[in-house]
Write a protein of this length. Structure first.
Length: 120
């Protein structure tokens, strides 16, 4: 009797190991990241700081809807002003509201963030 039970245990263990390997292989193959690259020149074309802020918020919302994992900012203008504006606003929008005040100092970049620009 003990010989059969050992063989059965070995078969069961082999089956479990095989299933785990298949499961791990399935998980690792299906995980993909979605990254987008955005140039800073898209916010340079905005006519006002309000529209610039609104554009960044629309981009962030769209990326959230389509489950973008990573946003890469391409500094095609070689301008710290536009790059910092873009990055600061994306970080601000990504942060939960209850953490914004302690984490972010008051900056001119955030002047229009969260404002409703559409007037009736």
């Amino acid at each position: 009797m003990p010989v059969k039970s050992r063989e059965m245990r070995r078969k069961r263990i082999k089956k479990i190991v095989k299933l785990r390997k298949q499961r791990n292989k399935h998980i690792s193959n299906n995980y993909k990241t979605l990254s987008i690259c955005l140039p800073t020149s898209i916010i340079k074309n905005s006519q006002s700081p309000i529209l610039r802020t609104h554009l960044v918020s629309i981009i962030a919302r769209t990326c959230a809807i389509y489950k973008v994992d990573e946003i890469i900012i391409l500094d095609d203008l070689h301008s710290d002003e536009y790059r910092n504006f873009f990055v600061n606003n994306l970080n601000y929008i990504e942060t939960p509201q209850y953490l914004r005040k302690p984490l972010f100092p008051v900056l001119p970049d955030f002047k229009f963030t969260g404002k409703n620009i559409i007037q009736d």
